[in-house]
Design a protein around this ligand. Structure first.
Ligand SMILES: Cc1cc2nc3c(=O)[nH]c(=O)nc-3n(C[C@H](O)[C@H](O)[C@H](O)COP(=O)(O)OP(=O)(O)OC[C@H]3O[C@@H](n4cnc5c(N)ncnc54)[C@H](O)[C@@H]3O)c2cc1C
Length: 468
């Protein structure tokens, strides 16, 4: 049986930063990083050129070296309040130190030196204006890598890690089971090219991302690790001409806005804003199509549109305990009505209670960047509570970004964020099974590149300290 000191499941930012920090703290440590997706240079999404998802298994957008981060917009959010819940595990001072540390690592691998959202006078002006309309602006500095640069930075990390003595990366390798003996992590059963084998190790770091959240929850149940319902965020991706958002995005890059809807007082927030960006389609389990967005840093690749998600957060209470399934179910409805893809509707049509069809979409002043999206009617997809809250939030946001509540605002559905089952861990992200750690988006702890990276650093330091 093969033996490693550490097996890392998932080569997203959480897994990568675990490996980087382990390499720094413990020279020669034997680490196996596995990922069910491809290595970074082989991750090619056909939809990026054809505009049509080819249902690849595993999906090149969310799986493989650098995880869901490879083709992401690469926005590093420098806030302990944004992109996860690390503040549940450490105080703000430590969180900020770790964010700064992780940021320096990104910079050392070639991240763009420009930091957006640090013009405090302008940020304060926007925050003040927003408050007049019951909108909260969460100030947050952002380093934008851009989709193509994020790829380069993560590729540089790959080259560095695999050049380290003792570090191995195994692509197209799926963790099937975490082996626990006498209450302690002992290895991982892996499957590669149809062959199954058990790998022995001292420490297991589970960082399977959102794509692997369901699997991790199953493993947790099997090993009597507590899991809790997390929120599920359901909504749409909004696309408007840059002119509507420019005055906010110019200084902030991303305007993180929070509004409590009028009818239901549900929390509605903007998320993942992409000035000059494109709307994209991503796939879960090789079939479920959900919407997302990103933008390139190369000015030549910028579009005339800005896109961002408007999400409604719900935390379900007992006895319901299947928030992931609930979110997927709603996304399936949109898939069902569009023949398996993403739906797009003009806000004006939604408000008039009619479907957007191809002829109405053609008249839209906002030209859709996701060409494969099928015009339809989101009121057949989203429950009333979600739809009403989204419409009310757009109406409110329109007061600080006039044009957000206009006929030709495009709404793509459905955007779902599965941060569901939160795995119970201590402040070092170790579960009740000794030497088994659960981190990143898959453990329900983070929801962004920066905080996922931070969880990896914490775990690596804990392991290195135990190995002294
Ligand atoms: C299109 C898109 C754009 C985004 N843009 C941004 C952004 O601009 N800024 C930001 O902060 N965040 C962004 N995000 C979110 C960000 O990418 C994630 O928060 C981050 O990647 C989470 O890191 P992670 O390491 O926890 O998981 P992931 O990056 O999801 O990596 C998990 C890895 O585990 C692998 N895996 C899963 N199950 C198994 C298994 N059983 N065996 C082996 N391997 C497995 C997966 O293949 C995957 O590669 C974006 C996400 C997407 C999809």
């Amino acid at each position: 049986m093969k033996y490693y000191d550490v097996v890392i499941i998932g080569a997203g930012p959480a897994g990568i930063f675990t490996a980087l920090e382990l390499g720094k703290r413990k020279k020669g440590i034997k680490v196996l990083i596995i990922d069910k997706g491809m290595t970074i240079t082989k991750r090619i999404c056909p939809a990026r050129t054809t505009g049509k998802c080819a249902n690849c298994r595993p999906c090149a957008i969310v799986s493989g070296w650098s995880g869901a981060g490879a083709f992401s917009d690469g926005k590093l959010t420098m806030s302990a309040e944004v992109g996860g819940r690390i503040l549940d595990y450490m105080d703000e001072e430590r969180a900020n130190q770790l964010i700064k540390y992780a940021d320096d690592v990104y910079l050392s691998f070639g991240a763009d030196a420009v930091l957006h959202g640090v013009n405090t006078a302008r940020v304060e002006e926007i925050r003040y204006e927003a408050l007049k309309h019951n909108i909260r602006l969460i100030p947050c500095a952002v380093r934008h890598l851009g989709t193509e640069k994020a790829f380069n930075v993560l590729k540089a990390m790959y080259d560095y890690i695999v050049s380290q003595n003792g570090m191995e990366f195994s692509p197209l390798t799926t963790a099937k089971e975490i082996i626990v003996k006498d209450g302690r992590a002992a290895g991982v059963v892996i499957e590669k090219q149809g062959c199954t084998e058990a790998v022995e190790c001292e420490y297991v770091v589970a960082a399977p991302g959102r794509d692997g959240a369901g699997w991790l929850a199953e493993q947790a149940k099997q090993h009597d690790i507590n899991i809790y319902n997390n929120e599920v965020d359901i909504g749409v991706r909004v696309e408007v001409p840059n002119a509507v958002m420019d005055h906010l995005t110019r200084d902030l890059y991303e305007a993180k806005l929070v509004y409590y809807s009028d009818t239901f007082e549900n929390k509605v927030r903007t998320f993942c804003m992409n000035p000059g960006g494109v709307v994209s389609e991503e796939h879960y389990d090789g079939k479920l199509a959900v919407v997302n967005g990103h933008s390139y840093s190369d000015p030549a690749l910028k579009t005339d549109n800005t896109n961002f998600a408007v999400l409604v957060s719900t935390r379900f209470t007992q006895p319901f305990n299947q928030p992931i399934e609930y979110g997927k179910y709603i996304a399936y409805l949109a898939n069902m009505l569009t023949g398996g893809g993403i739906m797009v509707q003009r806000l004006g049509d939604l408000l008039m209670g009619r479907r957007t069809d191809y002829s109405r979409l053609k008249k839209s002043a906002t030209v859709p960047t996701l060409k494969s999206a099928v015009p339809g009617d989101l009121s057949y997809v989203l429950p009333q509570r979600y739809l009403t809250s989204i419409v009310e939030a757009l109406k409110a946001f329109d007061k600080i970004a006039p044009g957000l509540y206009a006929r030709d605002v495009l709404l793509y559905g459905v955007e779902v964020k599965f941060y569901s089952s939160k795995v119970e861990v201590n402040n070092s992200f170790e579960t009740s099974v000794e030497n088994l750690y659960a981190i990143g988006d898959g453990a329900g702890i983070t929801r962004g590149l920066m905080q996922a990276s931070v969880t990896g650093i914490v775990v690596a330091r804990d392991i290195a300290a135990k190995m002294q």
